[in-house]
Design a protein around this ligand. Structure first.
Ligand code: BEZ
Length: 257
């Protein structure tokens, strides 16, 4: 069965749901895509071995790669992620990092960050989420994190948002030189959870408290009623562009916060 966001997207595009067989085929022939199951792997991490995504069933996960330990942009990103870990946990979201470095390099780098580095107002930052060692590049290759045009031995800054059922829901890539926007990553989690909970979509730059998009009417009658303003709380610019108010409190109540 498609999840709620898939159903809404399907309604919005007017197409039919891709079967699990087709999804599996897509995974087998290339990089994972939105709507695919997250490719599974076992890994050694700074927090012990993990079995992915099985160990994370029931949680949202941000699986992200970084190019290399002991580099400045990555350091600023790890400090930011670690400082926001509790905010992500409140959204039932766990963090998992990866780079093509070994475990001892990871441990030494994270210790250096805690002991020596100040970035903005962050200091003495302990990275408590797992950082995967991937010297063989096996996991990075599986997830399409290596982009040879950028660098063939370093992962780009990839972000995979994976839902509690282990499905990939969002993919974002940044090049080596560009640090990620962490407000955006949090916005993505809140927006996906809101879309699932309320069967709506979110417009450009949406933030909780702003109007949301309601799926297109399923019949001419409903479309007419909406345009005439007869549907409770729904306002239409035209038959295909209808919004409704959802307060910030309603958003957080809907996503269980
Ligand atoms: C950095 O994290 O600073 C970085 C890593 C690889 C290439 C360029 C920058």
């Amino acid at each position: 069965m498609p999840n709620k966001t898939q159903q809404i997207n399907q309604q919005m595009r007017g197409d039919s749901y891709m079967s699990t067989d087709t999804v599996t085929e897509v995974v087998a022939t290339g990089m994972p895509r939105i709507g695919d199951p997250a490719p599974d792997f076992t890994a050694v991490t700074t927090q012990g071995d993990i079995n992915f995504p099985g160990d994370y069933e029931g949680s949202w996960v941000i699986l992200f790669s970084h190019p290399a330990d002991f580099t400045p942009v990555c350091t600023s990103e790890f400090m930011t992620f670690a400082s926001m870990e509790d905010e992500f946990a409140e959204l039932n979201t766990k963090l998992v990092g990866l780079s093509i470095d070994g475990l001892y390099s990871h441990i030494a780098w994270l210790r250096t960050i805690k002991e020596k580095i100040t970035f903005r107002d962050m200091q003495n930052v302990e990275v408590k989420f797992p950082l995967i060692e991937d010297i063989t590049m096996e996991i990075a290759q599986k997830y399409g994190m290596i982009m040879p045009g950028e660098d063939s031995t370093k992962a780009v800054r990839a972000v995979f948002v994976i839902d509690p059922k282990g499905m990939i829901r969002t993919i974002i890539y940044y090049p080596l030189s560009l640090g990620r926007n962490f407000d955006e990553l949090k916005r993505v989690i809140v927006a996906l959870q809101t879309a699932d909970a309320l069967s709506i979509a979110t417009p450009a730059d949406w933030r909780p408290g702003e109007r949301v998009i309601v799926p297109p009417a399923g019949s001419c009658g409903t479309a007419q009623e909406r345009v005439e303003g007869k549907e409770d709380g729904v306002t239409c610019e035209d038959w295909f562009f209808c919004t409704k108010e959802v307060t910030e409190e309603e958003v957080y109540a809907a996503i269980g916060k």
